[in-house]
Ligand binder design. Structure first.
Ligand code: COA
Length: 178
């Protein structure tokens, strides 16, 4: 299977929603992508699709956010969410390729760290550690092991303790499973 990781284009929008809906088994994440696309901070180069033989089989989105310190200082970072692979294409390495490809673009665009709320057994494979390691907190009450961060440049999160601020589109549905 030849796989291409590339930025989304407008003609991909409906399929991206579909892939998210199918992967998560609910419409919340597809709607999240649609809502974030309307936010002025949305970065098209960081909404990536995985294409296999002309079919979109996966999607990943990174969205700029900040970590706010107690003193009110802002540290720019980026969130990874959502990540979705069509159910029948899972466990073939596509999720991993979307993450690695996405992290490469994040570096190219100058981001030096990434935040994720997600499966605690999955993201550590890509170097993510508990965000609490750096004193980074969330306001969603996510389990500590599901709230993770990655330094794209060594040491950039040292002294970055504070609270992650997500845009309001990210309101976590109560039934969300990390
Ligand atoms: C999570 C997801 C994106 C992974 O995509 P994928 O293409 O199947 O991932 P890869 O093939 O790169 O990696 C598969 C590995 O991830 C593991 N994995 C998949 N889902 C996992 C989960 N929920 N928790 C822990 N590990 C998981 C698999 O067991 C497999 O492990 P192995 O390599 O040791 O066999 C995909 O399963 C998916 O879309 N799931 C539904 C939506 C979702 O949960 N998204 C992530 C939100 S944090």
């Amino acid at each position: 299977m030849s796989l291409t990781i590339r930025p989304e284009t407008p003609s991909d929008y409906p399929v991206i929603t579909e892939v998210n809906d199918l992967a998560f088994g609910q419409p919340a994440e597809g709607k999240l992508v649609e809502d974030l696309r309307k936010n002025p901070k949305f970065v098209t180069e960081l909404s990536l699709v995985a294409e296999a033989n002309g079919e979109i089989v996966g999607h990943i989105l990174f969205f700029p956010i900040v970590i706010r310190s107690e003193e009110g200082k802002e540290k720019e970072t980026i969130s990874l969410a959502p990540l979705a692979v069509r159910p029948e294409f899972q466990k073939k390495g596509i999720g991993g390729k979307l993450i690695r490809g996405g992290l490469k673009v994040c570096r190219q665009l100058g981001y030096d760290s990434v935040i994720v709320f997600g499966h605690p057994e999955y993201y550590p494979k890509f170097g993510f550690k508990q965000a609490g390691t750096w004193g980074i907190k969330d306001t969603f009450g996510a389990p500590a092991e599901a709230f993770m961060a990655l330094e794209l440049k060594e040491g950039v999160l040292e002294g970055a303790s504070g609270v992650v601020e997500l845009p309001e589109e990210f309101k976590v549905p109560e039934e969300h499973n990390y």
